[in-house]
Write a protein that binds this ligand. Structure first.
Ligand code: AHG
Ligand code: MN
Ligand code: MN
Length: 333
């Protein structure tokens, strides 16, 4: 028998720590892990089955080419949330509008979910880590009525729960409910998520920086100076940092969470508001970063304080080890 603490055991034994009722949380995580296991299996078999790899042939609302797995993951998470009865509506990176689940039992759901079903789409076909990022809020609209846009546009500081599933060399679930950050690894033998990374803390400073440096001539002068600082011996550690950029935010974030580092996706000429989405990417990872002792800002403002104006809003993003994010901000005018 496994000596590991399963996700269900963990939730039940730490129930006093959660803002969400433990029985609700168990059901929510049953939805999330069911979808995550389906997506994880699809990813691991991607080269072997038809209709998994490659482009879907459509663009999403962001104007980005959808991959088949983007759609597979989107459908898996929507179906899981719809059938779980805790969630009354969702918004996802892959859908133009939010969805209200109008089945009578879903209308009784107290929460909404926002998610990026598959982060790192450009890495799907080349067997590099990708992930799902999610966050859960209490609905604003009355229970029993359809979910509204107002339910979806809540500031990140009001998140009840945020997490990600990383489909890496192992599949991991990392989440917070506002009481620290814990990581669970999917045991392929028992098919259970088991506690492997209790109470994760992001080092206050690290030696890794992650940015698409192809954009270096497209961003503000202060940031180019900060990147030069990272590469110099004048930085806080006395020797050049290492550049690490996977191109899957969720994987870059996870590495920095464990090892310490900074991830930057600034506003650039080609993406004047930044590239990353406030609701589906920046807010959930900002909640996790802060809960692990890190920081997440636009370079100027705290991410979790932003009041979202629209579903697919993009923002510049500086996230990671506290001292590194603060140092980067000090370079911006
Ligand atoms: P998504 O696959 O959900 O569209 O997100 C991609 C994001 C993020 O994961 C990654 O860090 C970044 O886009 C990569 O963008 P560049 O190719 O412009 O560096
Ligand atoms: Mn993404
Ligand atoms: Mn995506």
């Amino acid at each position: 028998m496994s000596k590991h603490i399963t996700l269900n055991d963990f939730i039940l034994h730490h129930q006093q720590d959660f803002a969400i009722k433990p029985s609700d949380l168990v059901q929510l995580f049953s939805d999330i892990t069911q979808a995550a296991k389906t997506v994880s299996i699809d990813i691991r078999r991607a080269g072997l089955v038809d209709n998994i790899l490659g482009a879907q042939g459509e663009t999403n609302i962001q104007g980005e080419e959808q991959q088949k797995l983007d759609v597979v993951a989107d459908v898996a998470f929507i179906q899981a949330f719809k059938s779980g009865n805790q969630i009354c509506g969702i918004a996802s990176e892959e859908n133009e509008d939010f969805l209200s689940f109008d089945h009578p039992t879903s209308l009784q759901g107290k929460y909404i979910a926002l998610f990026d079903p598959l982060d790192g789409s450009s890495n799907i076909d080349v067997n590099v880590s990708i992930g799902t990022i999610f966050s859960i809020y209490e609905r604003k609209s009355p229970v029993g009525t359809p979910a509204t846009l107002e339910d979806m546009l809540q500031p990140g500081k009001d998140q009840l729960c945020a997490g990600y599933v990383l489909y890496g060399s192992s599949t991991m679930l990392v989440f917070t409910t506002g009481q620290g950050v814990n990581g669970f690894t999917l045991d392929p033998v028992s098919d259970e998520f088991c506690l492997s990374h209790p109470n994760m803390q992001m080092p206050v400073i690290g030696r890794l920086y992650a940015m698409n440096e192809g954009n270096i001539n497209e961003c503000e002068v202060g940031l180019t100076k900060y990147i030069k600082y990272c590469q110099s011996r004048e930085n806080q550690t006395g020797k050049p940092y290492s550049g690490r950029y996977i191109g899957s935010l969720v994987a870059d974030f996870h590495r920095n969470l464990i090892k310490g580092g900074i991830y930057i996706y600034p506003d650039v000429l080609t993406a004047p508001e930044g590239k990353l989405r406030l609701l589906y990417e920046c807010n959930p990872l900002a909640f996790i970063a802060e809960q692990a002792g890190g920081l997440a800002t636009t370079g100027r403002e705290r991410i979790l304080d932003l009041i979202p104006q629209k579903l697919h809003q993009r923002v510049p993003y500086y996230v990671g080890s506290k001292d590194m994010v603060e140092k980067a901000m000090s370079f911006l005018s």
